[in-house]
Every structure is written in structure tokens, then in C-alpha cells.
Design a protein around this ligand. Structure first.
Ligand SMILES: Cc1cc2nc3c(=O)[nH]c(=O)nc-3n(C[C@H](O)[C@H](O)[C@H](O)COP(=O)(O)OP(=O)(O)OC[C@H]3O[C@@H](n4cnc5c(N)ncnc54)[C@H](O)[C@@H]3O)c2cc1C
Length: 421
């Protein structure tokens, strides 16, 4: 490692890789990073950097935007609150302030993250998008490239998130629709949709909440529900549904807990099938385990569907002018369309030749809890489909693993510099 650190500053030294040319490489400033490089300054990048700092290891964080937690700062709507209670969303080593509500607002969560970065003196390098990263077998190190620099490091931590890129479906006639079509990542509030007929495509937590927000701004929203889904009340028996589920799972098999959740839900919110929201065959927790599909936690949207303020439609067949034709043959006029069609990982676009991530979807190939560690000093954080709780688990494991290797290297270096007499 020491030898390599000297050699990367040598202008004549070119580590070997299969895919980049010497000419391309020579345009980049080569920077040796003694600790890990973390790609992404979202909650996951910050959490693992803090855990490493706690072990005495300084990491370099590279972030493509100009702020921490860009998903939360730039791509979320104003009324967003954490979907899960705060005790399941806090990052390691620093709890939420006591006076925060059970479900902190987006602004409170961002204030917490700013305080977190300050507390651990985390200073990401902003406006720095990683365009390529690959392991150089010749020298046994990672080469992480941005447009101007090549960072060379022993450990690479991928923290670019499950929500790095918007998923925008192709719908026939999309170019002909005369109203605006936007993804939820660009939706802030319903104030520009007052009295407008808005079609929200997709019924996850975001789609359901955007519909509610539109109602509150006197718009007329409709919701496209293509597949079956589980909607559960956010709270049950005086506790958060998520917290109650976690607690019951300690004692009971998942199917029993699922049956219990569905029974209490039926009692509290009635038969969602009657509202056009059919339930899947698998229970909510089992479905989450098998497919990663999160149940929707209702924060008031069901009541608006029941009262007719939000209409439910099946899949969209095609668009034309200001008409939307649905798969059941109905045709309705709309002023705008909001795509609540989710996000995808971007890992496969920049990380090369690894078997930690699947080429298919940019998620770890190994199932939870095995997907955090790859070969040759590569790590993944925040890809567990378990939100911020998964992030905290990954951060602790990764920091411990790197600290063990770091301490071994330090011992080795010390004995090299101070050989026994
Ligand atoms: C609307 C919404 C509500 C949610 N609510 C909750 C909740 O209540 N509880 C919960 O646990 N989870 C929630 N989630 C899940 C959410 O994904 C996590 O809370 C959290 O944001 C994940 O953090 P992350 O750091 O892994 O990813 P992100 O927050 O997506 O951060 C990844 C960072 O990496 C950067 N990046 C990406 N590619 C590159 C690149 N090539 N080079 C450099 N930087 C790059 C991005 O700019 C971004 O800043 C919600 C998600 C959404 C969309």
C-alpha cells in the first residue's frame, strides 16, 4: 500500500486496466486516498462515514450534487414525513432530538442529517459524480473516476441508494398529451394544481400521499392502481404498525403475524378490495421478504377514496391530447399526470466487473443480510430494501470490517518502521 502510494504520484507510473487507455488516464489527476472512498452523501454515506470516524478512520465522500441527502432535499414533496417512527430511522451513534415528533417532517429529518454531518465533521466533496469505478488487479486497488480526478483506494463503499434514478414508464401517446407529465421527484405540493384534474400513476406510499396532498389543495386527483397491494393503517392498537410487527415477529412466525395484521386492518379500514385496491395473495410481511414490495401505510388517503374525492382507475392504455384511455376501455380528460412510478439503482452504470451487484437491477446479488460485502474491499450500504434501519445495520458491519483490516495494516506498518531490536 505504502509502495503504491509513492508510485501513484510518479507521472511515469500507469496502473494496468483493461478498459481505459493511457491517454484517457493521463488527463485525470490521480489522488491517493489512504482510507475508504464512499460514493454518495445520502443518509447511508453519512452513517458509514460516521461509524468509520468513530473507529478512527477518515473516509472520503464523493457526492454528485451540491448538498447532503439530495434525495430528501431536492426530490421529495413538501408534506413528506418519515413513514416509519423515528426510532427506526435514526442513524448510528446519534439519536433524534427528544422533542421531535414520532414521525419527523422532511425539514426535521434534514436538520438532523445536517447536525449529524457536523457532529462527525463529515465534509463530502460536492459536485463530484463518480462516472466509473473498477478494481485494478495489477495493483490490488480501486480506481474511482470522476470527470477530473481518479481516486485510488483500498476500500470502496457504494452508498448511491436504491432511489438513484427515476423510473419513467413508456406510455403510448405520451408525446401527444398536452398537459404536464411529471415524476413525483419533481412534485413539491398541490398549489399549482388547484381545481385541476390530475391523474396519479402508481400507488405506493408516494402516489397515495401525493393524491392526499392534491385533495388538500382542492385539486381533483385520480389514482391508477394496476397491481394488487397491501394498505395497512399507520398505527394499530396504539402503536406504529411497523413497530408492532417487529415486536410480534420476535415471538411468532411471519404468516401468523401477517394474518393478525390483516385482521386488525380489516377491522380498522374495512375491505380495501371494495375500493379497487385488491390485496395480494401473500401477506404484507411475507411479500416484503420475498419481493421487497413495501406495504402502503395509510395516512388518510383511504378515507378520501371512500368519500369519492379520489377516484381509482385500472392501468393506463394510451394517452392522446388531454384524454387518458384506461385498460377497461374508459376514456377520461385530465389536465396533468404525475408518475409515482418509483426509482431504480444506478450502480450498473458506473461500477464495473463486480459480482456484488446484479447487472439486472443494480442491487446486491446476495439476499439480506449478506449483501453488504463483496470481494477486494468493496462494500454496499443502503441496498437492503429495509430503509434506514437496514442502513444502520450495514454501516456498523462495514466500519467494523474495515477497522479490523486497517488496524492489521497499521500494526504491520509499525513493525516495518520500528523493527524489533
Ligand atoms: C419519498 C420517500 C420517502 C421515504 N421515507 C422513508 C422513511 O420514512 N423511512 C426509511 O427508512 N426510508 C425511507 N425512504 C427510503 C430512502 O431511500 C431512505 O430513507 C434513504 O434516503 C436512503 O439513503 P441512501 O443514502 O441509501 O440513498 P439516497 O438518500 O438516495 O442517497 C444517495 C446519494 O448518492 C448520490 N449519488 C448517486 N449516484 C452517484 C454517483 N455516481 N456519484 C456520486 N454521488 C452519487 C445521490 O446524489 C445521493 O445524494 C423514503 C424514500 C422516499 C423516496
Amino acid at each position: 500500500m505504502e509502495e503504491y502510494a509513492k508510485r501513484v504520484h510518479d507521472p511515469y507510473f500507469q496502473p494496468q486496466t483493461a478498459t481505459t487507455t493511457v491517454a484517457e488516464d493521463s488527463l485525470l489527476n490521480r489522488v491517493w486516498v489512504p482510507g475508504p472512498v464512499i460514493v454518495g452523501a445520502g443518509p447511508s454515506g453519512l452513517a458509514v462515514a460516521a461509524c468509520l470516524k468513530n473507529q478512527g478512520i477518515h473516509a472520503l465522500i464523493l457526492e454528485q450534487t451540491d448538498c447532503i441527502a439530495s434525495l430528501w432535499q431536492i426530490k421529495t414533496y413538501d408534506r413528506l414525513c418519515l413513514h416509519l417512527p423515528k426510532q427506526f430511522c435514526q442513524l448510528p451513534l446519534m439519536p433524534f432530538p427528544k422533542d421531535f415528533p414520532t414521525y419527523p417532517t422532511k425539514q426535521q429529518f434534514l436538520a438532523y442529517l445536517e447536525a449529524y454531518a457536523k457532529q462527525f465533521d463529515l465534509k463530502p466533496v460536492f459536485n463530484t459524480m463518480v462516472v466509473r469505478a473498477e478494481y485494478d488487479r495489477g495493483c490490488g486497488l480501486w480506481r474511482v473516476k470522476t470527470k477530473v480526478n481518479e481516486y485510488v483506494c483500498r476500500w470502496l463503499i457504494v452508498a448511491t441508494g436504491e432511489n438513484a434514478e427515476e423510473v419513467v414508464p413508456k406510455i403510448e401517446g405520451m408525446n401527444e398529451f398536452i398537459g404536464p407529465i411529471l415524476h413525483t421527484s419533481s412534485y413539491k405540493s398541490g398549489d399549482c394544481f388547484v381545481h385541476k384534474k390530475v391523474l396519479v400513476v402508481g400507488c405506493g406510499n408516494s402516489g397515495m400521499e401525493v393524491c392526499l396532498d392534491l385533495c388538500n389543495y382542492n385539486a381533483c386527483p385520480s389514482l391508477v392502481v394496476r397491481d394488487s397491494l397491501h394498505v395497512l393503517p399507520q398505527e394499530m392498537l396504539g402503536r406504529s404498525t411497523f413497530g408492532l410487527s417487529m415486536c410480534l415477529l420476535k415471538w411468532l412466525p411471519i404468516r401468523v403475524v401477517d394474518r393478525f395484521l390483516l385482521l386488525v386492518s380489516h377491522f380498522m379500514i374495512g375491505d380495501t378490495n371494495k375500493l379497487g385496491l385488491g390485496r395480494p395473495k401473500l401477506g404484507p410481511l411475507e411479500l416484503k421478504n420475498v419481493t421487497g414490495k413495501t406495504p402502503v401505510l395509510d395516512v388518510g388517503t383511504l378515507a378520501k377514496i371512500r368519500s369519492g374525492d379520489i377516484k381509482v382507475y385500472p392501468g393506463v392504455k394510451r394517452l392522446a391530447c388531454n384524454n387518458v384511455e384506461f385498460v377497461d376501455g374508459r376514456i377520461e380528460k385530465f389536465d396533468a399526470i404525475i408518475l409515482a412510478t418509483g426509482y431504480r439503482s444506478n450502480v450498473t452504470t458506473w461500477l464495473k466487473d463486480t459480482d456484488l451487484f446484479s447487472e439486472k437491477d443494480g442491487f446486491p446479488t446476495k439476499p439480506f443480510p449478506e449483501g453488504w460485502k463483496g470481494e477486494n474491499g468493496l462494500y454496499a450500504i443502503g441496498f437492503t430494501k429495509r430503509g434506514l434501519l437496514g442502513t444502520s445495520m450495514d454501516a456498523a458491519r462495514i466500519a467494523e470490517d474495515i477497522a479490523r483490516q486497517w488496524n492489521e495494516s497499521m500494526k504491520h506498518l509499525k513493525s516495518f518502521h520500528n523493527p524489533a531490536p
